[in-house]
Design a protein around this ligand. Structure first.
Ligand SMILES: Nc1ncnc2c1ncn2[C@@H]1O[C@H](COP(=O)(O)OP(=O)(O)OP(=O)(O)O)[C@@H](O)[C@H]1O
Length: 264
């Protein structure tokens, strides 16, 4: 279980996150939603121990954030893995995809070479990539293939919690849907806990049980995803976010219809 308690982060005296609290139970799923600059990535970096909180704490199965010593970091990352928004640095451009996927197995498991190979093939298959890609460098992969490879790299050591930070933001709408479906099936199959960070509320239903809305580093509200469209209960900010997503969808649909007519 992940527990985030009274978490605050200041950078150069400026509050970036203020009093953030939430829990993700084993196998649970929470979406953190907010516009750009609301502090979502900072929150992910704090949970990944890439930044230290100014105050408050993060606990995973009662263990607190690692502060020093390779062993404590290794234990933390065995349990919690992240796929970043900016993935260009996730896969070493000088290595083949095979080596990129083998690296976490070497660092986090005692698997023998043969077993590592089987695991790589298993996870490649799970994320829907062809084994022919293994000999290529990551730069040869398309955007969608690259994101799937990052997902395989994060999942290959069987973490208990996966953090996804805007992982579909740069993909087109078809690839976005495919990634969401992939995450849903992996989550179901593995009982994985999920923290899904996005600015796009429309991606959340079906994927996450709960939604936490953030604005300017503060929690606006948290609710069950089934209550997303209950406008009487929702905060005005959540409704604004929702409406902006819907109006964008309408614009895209109108654009697509117009485009089809003019080209067809
Ligand atoms: N190292 C830093 N120094 C100064 N300000 C920072 C630093 N890191 C983050 N911030 C500021 O903290 C705020 C929150 O940034 P953060 O990246 O966490 O937001 P976000 O919700 O993830 O937005 P986006 O989706 O655009 O990345 C922003 O105003 C950002 O400029």
């Amino acid at each position: 279980m992940l527990q985030v308690q009274r978490l605050c982060k200041e950078i150069n005296g400026r509050p970036i996150l203020s009093d953030i609290n939430f829990v993700i139970e084993d196998g649970g799923s929470l979406a953190i939603v907010g516009e750009s600059g609301s502090g979502k990535s900072t929150l992910a970096q704090l949970i990944m121990a890439l930044k230290q909180p100014t105050s408050g704490q993060v606990l995973f199965n009662e263990r607190s954030l690692p502060r020093k010593g390779i062993k404590s970091y290794k234990e933390w990352y065995s349990d919690i893995q992240i796929v970043f928004q900016n993935t260009a640095s996730t896969l070493n451009p000088a290595m083949s995809l095979y080596r990129c996927l083998e690296e976490p197995l070497i660092n986090f498991t005692n698997l023998k070479r043969r077993e590592r190979r089987d695991k790589i093939l298993e996870y490649l298959n799970k994320v829907g990539l062809h084994r022919d890609l293994l000999k290529h460098r990551p730069g040869k992969l398309s955007g969608g293939q690259y994101q799937r490879a990052c997902l395989a790299k994060a999942l290959i050591i069987s973490p208990k919690l996966l953090i996804c930070d805007e992982i579909v933001a740069s993909l087109d709408i078809v690839l976005q849907q495919q990634m969401i479906e992939l995450l849903m099936s992996i989550q179901k199959e593995r009982g994985l806990s999920l923290l899904f960070i996005t600015h796009d509320l429309s991606l959340v239903p079906g994927l996450c049980a709960d939604i936490l809305v953030m604005k300017d580093g503060k929690k606006v509200e948290q609710f069950n995803t089934s209550a997303l469209h209950n406008e009487e209960e929702r905060d005005i900010y959540t409704i604004t976010l929702l409406k902006s997503t819907e109006s964008l969808e309408t614009t895209w649909k109108q654009y697509a219809t117009h485009d089809n007519k003019s080209t067809g």
